[in-house]
Design a protein around this ligand. Structure first.
Ligand SMILES: [Ca+2]
Length: 117
């Protein structure tokens, strides 16, 4: 990996994504994220909301939070860059980059299983 050192890319690609990007290529990798977004979003709004996240948390191998959506809320808030309380696709991608590699592995396995489209 050559290590692109653009100001924002450096933050984003720090530890775990280089291998994935290498494997999938940049476009393929972003495509995976885009699929993940669509799995988690509220299909009417086209955005990830606390409700849609909660509903689909298991998809990413997240524990069932039951009535406690505090964690999901804070996660969403962390990724919410424009302050509308939801995640659009770009915000989601940025957030995913910041989450744990384990989470990403779960997501990938799942995407692979759902691949045919
Ligand atoms: Ca937002």
């Amino acid at each position: 990996m050559g290590g692109k050192r653009n100001a924002d890319a450096r933050v984003v690609f720090e530890d775990y994504f280089p291998a994935m990007v290498e494997k999938l290529g940049g476009a393929g990798f972003m495509n995976e994220l885009s699929k993940g977004f669509r799995l988690l979003m509220d299909s009417e709004k086209g955005l990830i909301t606390v409700e849609s996240l909660k509903k689909n948390a298991a998809v990413l191998g997240l524990p069932d939070y039951g009535e406690d959506d505090e964690l999901l809320r804070s996660m969403l808030k962390e990724g919410d860059l424009d302050g509308d309380g939801c995640l659009n696709e770009m915000e989601f991608c940025v957030l995913m980059f910041r989450l744990s590699p384990d989470l990403m592995n779960h997501a990938r396995t799942l995407f692979d299983q759902r691949e045919p489209e």
